[in-house]
Design a protein around this ligand. Structure first.
Ligand code: HEM
Length: 213
């Protein structure tokens, strides 16, 4: 059972995932250069396979992710959906992450931005692989925790664009902001979910210990 706060949180997460996908994905899948990241149009047109592969894989993961956190869809009778959506999600991560590593070398903003995106790709692929291995071994609790970490990284596609909005609204120079945002888009997400995972573990242990004598 989910709490009211949990349902609101899920709703905000799903809304942002769908909105960002609608706002930034179609132009790359149709190679509409008038709506691409302006400073990178030439780079993207010269590297259409990696950018389209990355965006398509990333969008699959971003859109499917929220469905995996609906408790009703993880019950025994709905497990087939959870399993197939989970497999498709991980295929999205594998394709999006592989091309993400590639795109990192082409990223705008020099070495700092490239290192930020490269680190994000490595963490994205690694957390997905760990989560998959855990569920193959039947360890549901740790699988869930690693999938939460993994989706926090997928959600970098959202937080990156929110930080870009904040930096533009504050009048910070784009060339200064972009390399910082390539790190801020994912490191705080990981720290936030790490805090949440540990808090949940603590609450579970307290409930277990509180069994009346
Ligand atoms: C979480 C792992 C991800 C990594 C490592 C990553 C990495 C990158 C890199 C390196 C670029 C090139 C940036 C540049 O040219 O400066 C890029 C661009 C892009 N990525 Fe991702 N990305 C990730 C997730 C996603 C997801 C989930 C989506 C789905 C919406 C996505 C959509 C895009 C789009 C649309 C662009 C083009 C730039 C723009 O218009 O904002 N990415 N990504």
């Amino acid at each position: 059972m989910r709490t009211v706060r949990g349902s609101i949180g899920w709703g905000v997460m799903a809304f942002l995932a769908v909105s960002i996908s609608l706002a930034v994905v179609p132009q790359y899948l149709t190679a509409d250069e008038t709506r691409m990241f302006p400073q990178q149009v030439e780079t993207y047109l010269a590297n259409l396979t990696p950018i389209v592969g990355h965006v398509a894989g990333g969008a699959v993961a971003l859109l499917l992710g929220p469905t995996q956190f609906i408790p009703a869809l993880r019950r025994r009778r709905s497990l087939t959906f959870h399993r197939w959506a989970g497999r498709l999600y991980l295929v999205g991560i594998a394709i999006g992450g592989f091309f993400g590593l590639w795109m990192a070398f082409l990223a705008y903003g020099g070495f700092v931005a490239q290192a930020g995106f490269f680190g994000l790709s490595v963490a994205w692929l690694a957390t997905g692989a760990i989560a998959y291995r855990l569920i193959r071994n039947g360890d549901q609790d740790h699988h869930r925790e690693w999938m939460i970490r993994n989706y926090a990284l997928t959600f970098a596609a959202v937080t990156l664009r929110l930080w870009l909005g904040v930096s533009q609204a504050s009048g910070i120079d784009f060339d200064l902001a972009y390399p910082a945002i390539s790190w801020m888009a994912w490191v705080p997400n990981l720290l936030a979910v790490e805090w949440w995972i540990r808090r949940q573990r603590g609450l579970k242990a307290t409930r277990r210990d509180a069994v009346p004598a």
